[in-house]
Structures are given as structure tokens and as C-alpha cells.
Design a protein around this ligand. Structure first.
Ligand SMILES: Nc1nc2c(c(=O)[nH]1)N[C@H]1C(S)=C(S)[C@@H](COP(=O)(O)O)O[C@H]1N2
Ligand SMILES: [Mo]
Length: 321
């Protein structure tokens, strides 16, 4: 495994073009692979992959009080600039390669330390609570951010339906993996299925969103169809796509990026401008606006979601990054 040095890409130089030099590709791919992926993806920037067939229109959406009033990033960009390593390691890969991904029928198994374990069909998930539109900032640890009108409801609705026991202290998430449908996954060097986790109180916070759509419609495949998590105060890699299993557990579960590189990717991964990762400053971010260069803005603690600060009272967030 080749580890590139951070000085190859000064963090001050993050523009949409250098953002395409996906640090994970550099971290995990071979040098040749990284160059090939970079070349392909920069071409994608100037000639965006056409947006895939729109998802189902979702109706009766209620507006969420949690929404930011910042301008949403154009849908065209949000659906063509993705991290979804199951479909390849470059930003343009998911839109190109996820088109035929079979997301129906779909079900999510919810199990572990719960009184009422249950498998939810997608239809049951859609009907469990009124769907809200929540416009959130979404920041990747790579230094770019977007604003997305997500659709869903608080994850705690699903959690309450299965009644976590007193032994449940964490929630582990597992995403879909089928090497036949996701042949490029192996080329990223990352182990699949992708695993993530939250502490129970984080998962129960109303800001933790179980997400089924965006921009008024069902999620496109490249953004995690048919159901994903959105944890707006954490770096994007905590927001797992295409979830199939949710397990309430007593101990902190293993997570994919933390296992791959624990110095760079902590279990908590709260957006924190004070804790730089070894390669990139987290003090500012490039807000992708759809124009070529976007704009550089200061990164806010908890991505600006101060409501969650009390979850971490008394914790040293330099240690628990
Ligand atoms: N299953 C899965 N979920 C995933 C990822 C992934 O590679 N596989 N990438 C994560 C990362 S690093 C980010 S930044 C966000 C990107 O979400 P978006 O493409 O909808 O913006 O998805 C996260 N969820
Ligand atoms: Mo990310």
C-alpha cells in the first residue's frame, strides 16, 4: 500500500480540480491507479456525467426547523461529485457506475440489543414517520462541503420502534455489498461492507437523519439509495449510504475508515476546525457552489450544529477526534 506524503498536495490548494485528486485514492490506490482515476475524474468535471433518471417524487414533505437557510448546492453537482467507494474511487465514478444498482426490493434488518428486532421493508421505512425536508451543510474530511436538501426523519423514530435495551450503548451500521454489482469496490483497497457506528445518544439526537431522498425526490443511487444516514455535525464518511443492517450493541463497533487509518479517521469524526488531520487542515473548507472554484469559508465547530455540543461535554475532543 502506497502512502503519499501530505506535501504532495498543499491544503491551501484545494480547488474543485485538486479536490478530484481524491486523497483516499492517493492513500489507498497504487500510484498508477491514482493517476488514472484523477485523469478520468477531472474530465468528468468539465463534462459532467448526465444526471441519472430522477427518483420518485416524494410528496407531502414538511419543512424542518433544523434547516439552514444557506443556498443549496446545485443538484447536478451533488449527484455527479460523490464518494461511494463501492462504485469506484473517483468522484465521478458513482454517477457513472451506480446506474444499474438494484435497490428494490430492499429491507433493513434492525437487531442486537433491542426488545423488538425487526426487518423493515423500504415501504415500511417510508411510512414510519412524516417525511421532512432538511437542508444541511455536508462536509467531507477532504476539505470540501456542499448544502443539500435531504429528505427523511430523525433516526430515533426507527430506534424507538425496536426498543433498545439498557445494554445498548452504540449503534453499528452496515451497508450493502455485492461484488457483482460493485466490481470496482476492490480496486479502492478498502474492505467492504462499509461499517460505521455512533454512540447511542448521538444516534438518538434528532439531528441524526434517516434519509430517503434529496431535492424533492427519492435518493439517486450514487447518493446512497434507497436509504442512508446523514449526520450533519460529523465528517461525511459517518453518513453511510445504502444501509442494510443496523445493530444496537454494548461496545464501540469497528468502523471502516478508522480501521484503515486510525490516525486520520477517528470514531467520533466531529467536524472540528481545531483538530487537523495529519494531511489536511480542517480550519477551512471549499464550499462547492457549482461554479468552478467555489468559495473558501471557515469551518465551524460541529459544522455549525451547536445543538450537539452537550453530547460531548467533558470530553477532550483532541483525543476523541
Ligand atoms: N456505503 C458508503 N457510504 C459512504 C461512503 C462510501 O464510500 N460508501 N463515503 C462517505 C463519504 S467519505 C462521504 S463524504 C459521503 C458522501 O455523500 P454524497 O456523495 O451523497 O455527498 O458519503 C459517505 N458514505
Ligand atoms: Mo468524505
Amino acid at each position: 500500500m502506497l502512502i503519499k506524503k501530505s506535501d504532495d498536495i498543499p491544503s491551501s490548494e484545494i480547488t474543485p480540480k485538486t479536490s478530484y485528486m481524491n486523497r483516499r485514492t492517493l492513500l489507498i490506490g497504487t500510484a498508477a491507479g491514482a493517476i488514472a482515476l484523477t485523469a478520468r475524474s477531472s474530465a468528468g468535471w468539465f463534462q459532467p456525467t448526465p444526471v441519472l433518471a430522477d427518483g420518485t417524487q416524494l410528496s407531502n414533505l414538511t419543512k424542518s426547523a433544523y434547516s439552514t437557510n444557506e443556498a443549496a448546492t446545485p443538484r447536478e453537482l451533488v449527484t455527479t461529485y460523490n464518494n461511494f467507494y463501492e462504485f469506484g474511487g473517483s468522484k465521478a465514478d458513482p454517477a457513472r457506475n451506480a446506474g444499474k444498482f438494484q435497490t428494490s426490493p430492499w429491507s433493513v434488518s434492525v437487531e442486537g440489543e433491542v426488545a423488538k428486532p425487526r426487518t423493515f421493508t423500504m415501504d415500511e421505512i417510508l411510512k414510519l414517520a412524516p417525511l421532512e425536508e432538511r437542508i444541511h451543510r455536508h462536509r467531507c474530511v477532504e476539505g470540501w462541503s456542499i448544502v443539500v436538501p435531504w429528505i427523511g426523519y430523525s433516526f430515533n423514530v426507527l430506534a424507538k420502534a425496536v426498543q433498545p435495551t439498557s445494554r445498548a450503548r452504540y449503534v453499528a451500521f452496515q451497508t450493502y455489498y455485492d461484488p457483482k454489482q460493485m466490481p470496482l469496490a476492490r480496486s479502492t483497497g478498502l474492505p467492504f461492507p462499509y461499517l460505521e457506528g455512533l454512540r447511542l445518544d448521538e444516534a438518538m439526537h434528532p439531528l441524526a437523519l434517516l434519509c430517503v431522498g434529496m431535492y424533492g425526490k427519492a435518493l439517486p443511487n450514487q447518493d446512497g439509495a434507497p436509504v442512508r444516514m446523514v449526520i450533519p455535525w460529523k465528517y461525511g464518511f459517518k453518513s453511510v449510504k445504502s444501509v442494510v443492517k443496523i445493530r444496537f450493541v454494548a461496545d464501540q463497533p469497528p468502523t471502516t475508515w478508522n480501521a484503515a487509518n486510525s490516525r486520520e479517521y477517528g470514531f467520533y469524526a466531529n467536524v472540528n476546525p481545531e483538530v487537523d488531520d495529519p494531511r489536511y487542515s480542517q480550519a477551512s473548507e471549499m464550499r462547492l457552489t457549482g461554479s468552478l472554484f467555489g468559495k473558501r469559508i471557515k469551518t465551524l465547530m460541529f459544522n455549525g450544529y451547536d445543538q450537539v455540543a452537550s453530547l460531548y461535554a467533558g470530553m477532550d475532543l483532541h483525543r476523541y477526534y
